[in-house]
Write a protein that binds this ligand. Sequence first.
Ligand SMILES: [Zn+2]
Length: 337
Amino acid sequence: MNEAKEIMELRAMPKVELHIHIEGAVSPETYYALAEKNNTKLPCNNLKEWKDFFKFENFAHFIDVYMLAVSTIKEPEDFSFIIENFYKYQKSQNIIYSEAYLSASLIVGKFDNTEILDAIEKGMKEGERKYNVKVNIIPDIARNIPETKDKVLDLVIQGHSRGLFIGLGLGGLEEGFPASMFEETYNKATSTGMKVVAHAGEGVGPESIWQSIRLLKAQRIGHGIRSVDDPELLEYLKKTQLPIEVSPTSNYRLGLVADTDKHPIRKMVDSGVLCTLNSDDPAMFSTSLSDEYELLYKQGFSKKELYQLNINAINSAFISDEEKDELQDKIDLLKYF
Ligand SMILES: [Zn+2]
């Protein structure tokens, strides 16, 4: 089979995604519309300039874009709008099930919890009704805003009891903000039966992954690419099959992997680590989940290996066995083997 046809098949495959940030998937057009509605000042005169500004340049610029984009969200109802838009985007990408992060550290303190949860619930209901894809939300604490951790936990517990959230995440800057700072918060979250995950081993080495496993009892690791620096950790990940959410384009754009290097997911998969493939912040990194599959295909992954990454995502999702079976049926993966 020729390469172009295989890529087309990979792109057409219905997919499951476990590591995507809602705020990083919202289009520049959507943020622009919110800025106009809410009179938010953006450093540009029109949509074209904003779209140019939105393009990824470097890490500092990425943070500027992220913070400015999020600053356009002024009212609880704006969350209904961006969440509904998120469903629309996932549908357009043929992603039938997602577990999506929401940057809760930037929300808490700004709004009343009940108002926010009502708005999120409205966005989720409308999104599911209109686009017929399933999304579960995992709010996360930004490591570099640790003072928000208790408030985020309160929001997550309330949302979890209303069936809106399935777990707690940890994102933001790894350097200088170790997992140990969040151990107590994570203990409380797991005691309520919630799932817990953490970004780790992205900007900091294997010790950050070890901490997330040992102290936070993380049930999945976001990124985790620095595991390749520690043979003992690779062995542990192989043995336990703790899922890793890998996002290659994000790592290249942020300069964590050199453009000329093959992505470390090759070594992780070869070491027997359970990897899933994800787009992280697709709008901000100018990527998509299909682009990620194509990128690895071009780096030598076989079609079969790439299908396996999709199956891994189903198996690593925080859903029941019945829901996993339903996804398998929808994807009809057997036809790909
Ligand atoms: Zn992420």
